[in-house]
Design a protein around this ligand. Structure first.
Ligand SMILES: Cc1cc2nc3c(=O)[nH]c(=O)nc-3n(C[C@H](O)[C@H](O)[C@H](O)COP(=O)(O)O)c2cc1C
Length: 224
């Protein structure tokens, strides 16, 4: 499965089976995390076989069940780091999908379990991403017209439309899709976040920018 195929196949999955993640797949994911942390300055960690974050005492968080594995998306506390959390987190989400695993970004409905991850000075946990074998592959979120999400002079080139199509398939918090892409001079792409009461718009933007890059092709444009 290619990354583009993974973009089309991915949906948030909140219910997981007991099937453990094979050691070869865990090794692949750990290498990817190591490379991403070195490149980005983030502090992403993989937690395995830890059921408490999604089910603690009387509380069962959100609509989740069977979550035992997750990425802790830690890094510095700033807007730039938030966008990186989205961008690199989605790279891991798509890697997981190509490995036959399912995922769900989680901003709210989890608990931080002391001792399962470490933070450097200045780091915070921005969110987590559930990981494992889903009981179902998930369902496609509702689609809105692409034209609502971009500005361009005239009809945009095919690569831009391909990028927008992939951006609209991306996960965003409560499916809020609070972003806009603007095409300048035929090959420069500016992005903006729009206001949201729910927040998470910088993380969302990083996620949609990763999808856009995969489908549009990095060679066709530069980010403004
Ligand atoms: C930053 C972020 C935070 C999210 N937080 C939660 C959450 O706390 N609980 C939850 O059930 N889903 C959460 N989601 C998943 C979104 O609800 C989901 O991505 C969106 O509805 C689109 O559906 P899809 O991922 O299946 O395409 C989050 C997604 C993102 C990107």
């Amino acid at each position: 499965m290619t990354e583009l195929e993974a973009i089309r196949a991915r949906h948030s999955v909140r219910k997981y089976t007991d099937k453990p993640i094979e050691t070869t797949k865990v090794a692949t994911i750990r290498v990817a995390i190591e490379n991403i942390n070195a490149e980005s300055g983030l502090n992403i960690q993989l937690v395995l076989d830890e059921p408490k974050a999604f089910s603690s005492g009387m509380w069962k968080y959100g609509q989740f069940s069977g979550v035992k594995n997750y990425f802790v998306m830690a890094g510095p506390k700033c807007n730039e780091a938030e966008e990186k959390i989205g961008y690199y987190g989605e790279k891991l989400v798509l890697l997981a999908q190509t490995l036959g695993l399912n995922t769900c970004w989680v901003g709210l409905t989890y608990k931080k379990i002391p001792g399962t991850f470490t933070l450097r000075d200045g780091d915070i946990v921005h969110c987590v991403i559930a990981l494992g074998y889903g009981t179902i592959p998930g369902v496609q979120h509702p689609q809105k017209p692409m034209e609502n999400f971009y500005e361009a002079d005239g009809i945009p080139p095919q690569w831009f439309k391909d990028g927008m199509e992939a951006a609209l398939l991306a996960p965003t918090a409560i499916n809020q899709q609070k972003f806009k892409f603007i095409l300048h001079d035929g090959n420069k792409v500016e992005t903006k976040t729009l206001f949201s009461m729910a927040g998470y718009t910088n993380i969302d933007l990083g996620i949609v920018k990763y999808h856009f890059e995969v489908a549009a092709g990095k060679e066709n444009f530069t980010w403004l």
